[in-house]
Design a protein around this ligand. Structure first.
Ligand code: SAM
Length: 351
């Protein structure tokens, strides 16, 4: 059974194949209400949306309620709530010269005038099909091959230099490149964590619009044109497509009211992150697990007593499931997560 080692280590639950919902988490012993079941702070990639970067600590995601944090890494385009958080971030992320250079490059991208996906008419079109995705990436690869040749040439020719200038003149969307780059650093520096990403559930059509697909490819080319050469081997279409496919149904939103996501009403969505080991909880419209983010850590508790063999489920609807009808819940889950809910409550409420 594939699941991260940290999940296998638990004595109170196990990850098992389910009949209708892929893998799921099951109680292997009686679990009293209030038991802390699992916590994880391992993030394969995360991003804070551009409009919030000055107000959200890049390390612990603490939101300064509309005010800018004063501690900044202007080169990286990041802000921190404390010197401790800045030092931790430096230690964990900027742990080699290549990462430092790549991250500084990101800061410059942040200052560039990236186009807004909402203003792109293609953003309103339906999701690209698997054929359209294949075609776009095949075409992208032709340009990628030329960029790689230009980057690795001892003496780039005039057309090669022109190509790099052209690529760098197209600004990537900060929200896209700022998510892809940490994933590339994970691939380069934390292969075990990336191997946990590889076993997550995949979405074959992960791009929400043709514009989304286009921006992912623009960012791919931009990274190829500017990252330090030692990172170049990791900037591949396969890696970035994998990131998109795995992120689609597995990321957790980072909410401004971060102490209890179940009361996220009125809370602002600041960004999202891929906590690989936290991605095995299935959804139930009558959840028995409560989740809470504390800084970079997601924690999961038993909301009530749980019997041996029961499925352990969170709610993907953030508490709203309490007030929604069966069809409202199922419609929302289908729209956002693309699955037909197979939970016990939905089964029991069939008329
Ligand atoms: C975060 S993953 C949960 C782990 C996943 N089952 C796996 O095997 O990796 C979310 C995915 O699990 C499946 N899933 C979760 N809850 C479900 C439910 N109540 N009914 C049907 N499928 C569900 C859906 O395919 C969804 O996209």
């Amino acid at each position: 059974m594939s699941a991260p080692a940290s999940l296998h280590a638990s004595t109170i639950f196990a990850v098992r194949e389910t009949a209708e919902s892929g893998r799921g988490v099951y109680a292997t012993q009686f679990i009293p209400q209030g038991t802390l079941l699992f916590e994880t702070a391992e993030i394969a990639a995360s991003v804070i949306y551009r409009e919030y970067w000055k107000e959200v600590c890049a390390e612990c995601f603490l939101y300064n309620r509309g005010r800018n944090w004063r501690i900044r890494d202007a080169k990286a385009g990041l802000a921190f709530c404390s010197e401790e958080c800045q030092a931790t971030w430096r230690n964990d992320v900027v742990n080699d010269d290549a990462a430092a250079v790549a991250i500084e490059g990101l800061g410059k991208t942040g200052q560039s005038n990236s186009s807004d996906p909402d203003e792109d008419p293609e953003h309103l079109l339906p999701r690209p099909t698997t054929e359209e995705i294949e075609e776009a990436w095949t075409k992208a690869e032709e340009t990628a091959t030329r960029i790689r040749a230009a980057r690795t040439s001892a003496k780039p020719s005039k057309p090669e230099r022109r190509l790099l200038t052209q690529i760098l003149a197209i600004p990537p969307l900060r929200g896209v490149i700022a998510y892809q780059l940490p994933a590339i650093l994970t691939i380069a520096n934390s292969p075990l964590l990336w191997s946990d990403v590889l076993i997550l559930e995949s979405e074959p059509m992960p791009y929400i619009s043709p514009a989304d697909l286009k921006f992912q490819i623009t960012s791919y080319h931009h990274l190829l044109a500017c990252v330090p050469l030692s990172l170049l081997e990791h900037i591949t279409a396969t890696n970035l497509r994998t990131l998109a496919a795995k992120s689609s149904h597995n990321v957790f939103n980072i909410w401004s009211q971060d102490l209890d996501e179940d009361t996220s009403g009125g809370s602002e969505c600041l960004g999202y992150g891929l906590w690989t080991a936290a991605s095995y909880w299935n959804h139930s419209c009558g959840p028995n697990i409560r989740k809470r983010r504390e800084g970079r850590m997601w924690k999961f508790w038993a909301e009530r007593d749980v019997q041996v063999g029961e499925a352990l489920c969170i709610s993907y609807l953030g508490g709203d499931e309490k007030h929604m009808t069966r069809s409202e819940r199922r419609e929302k889950l289908k729209e956002h997560w693309k699955f037909d809910c197979a939970c016990t409550r939905c089964e029991q409420e069939v008329v």
